[in-house]
Write a protein of this length. Structure first.
Length: 286
């Protein structure tokens, strides 16, 4: 069963191909590819599909749900999902767009690399657009044109996308025990809450004073300043991508009052939240 609301801009693309037996025998193949410039109403709910799907967010925010899990995807994040279990995805509530690349892929190689990406869990990974743009271009150019060369090049493109995701996931895993990385990850999960230096130090398994020294050495700033800057960065996204009031945004990013939020924002950005919203472009692609 599939239900969807195609609330997308006209520039969106969707290419569908029925893989041949020869293609399905490959370790990597693709059956669909698209770039959806989705608006606020975009949503898909599916009971199952005999493939995996890769998402890569160009801008805005999407939400993907499966098996009791729910993850948001922001700009520069990629995700692999096995579609053989019920799922839903679309533009995240409160956001007016989710611009993303996507492709349905499968094969023994996809399943093997999927295990390294945490499947069946939903585990987003951070990637620069440059890492996936070229292989996605190959899929758009060659999918649906049957030839031995195209079969090979499409398979290589799928492999390239997944290989970049695996490499990024392994790099993130290798830095998981770094105290500054652990503290930053805590900030990213709890920035909307009251976050203390003691909580950050506990998450990083070091003393507060040592964490401050590590932050200054590695980041050139303090944990408190990093928290403020992260909150302001998220506030800038909400100002540009939603119609939430300044007071609502202040609460969402961890400020107890709109006045304190406005003061901090103006000092760090050089203009008020209102002025920033009026001047911010709808989307800036990296």
């Amino acid at each position: 069963m599939l239900t969807y609301t195609m609330d997308v801009e006209d520039r969106s693309r969707w290419i569908i191909s029925t893989p041949s037996a020869a293609e399905e025998a490959q370790p990597f193949y693709c059956s669909e590819v698209g770039d959806f410039y989705a608006r606020a109403g975009f949503a898909t709910t599916r009971s199952d599909k005999n493939s995996h799907i890769v998402f890569y967010t160009l801008g805005g925010t999407g939400v993907v749900r499966q098996g009791g899990q729910s993850v948001t995807l922001t700009r520069g994040q990629a995700l692999l999902m096995d579609c053989r279990a019920p799922q839903s995805y679309g533009t995240a509530p409160g956001h007016n767009h989710w611009y993303h690349l996507w492709c349905h892929v499968d094969g023994t190689g996809v399943a093997a690399l999927g295990a390294h990406l945490g499947l069946p869990r939903l585990v987003p990974v951070a990637l620069p657009l440059s890492a996936v743009r070229a292989p996605f271009d190959v899929l758009f150019e060659r999918l649906g044109t049957e030839s031995l060369e195209n079969t090979a090049r499409v398979g290589l493109a799928v492999h390239a996308i997944l290989a970049e995701m695996v490499a990024a996931a392994q790099q993130e895993a290798q830095t998981d025990d770094d105290p500054v990385t652990l503290a930053c990850a805590y900030v990213e999960r709890h920035f909307a809450e009251d976050v203390t230096l003691e909580q950050l130090a506990a998450a990083a398994a070091v003393s507060p004073s040592y964490l401050i020294r590590l932050f200054k050495r590695k980041m050139g700033t303090t944990p408190h300043d990093y928290l403020l800057r992260y909150r302001i960065s998220r506030a800038k996204e909400l100002l540009a991508e939603t119609r939430l009031t300044s007071a609502a945004i202040a609460q969402r990013v961890g400020f107890h009052s709109e006045s304190n939020f406005s003061y901090r924002f103006s000092r760090m950005v050089g203009q008020s939240p209102r002025a920033y919203r009026q001047s911010a472009p709808e989307l800036v692609l990296e």
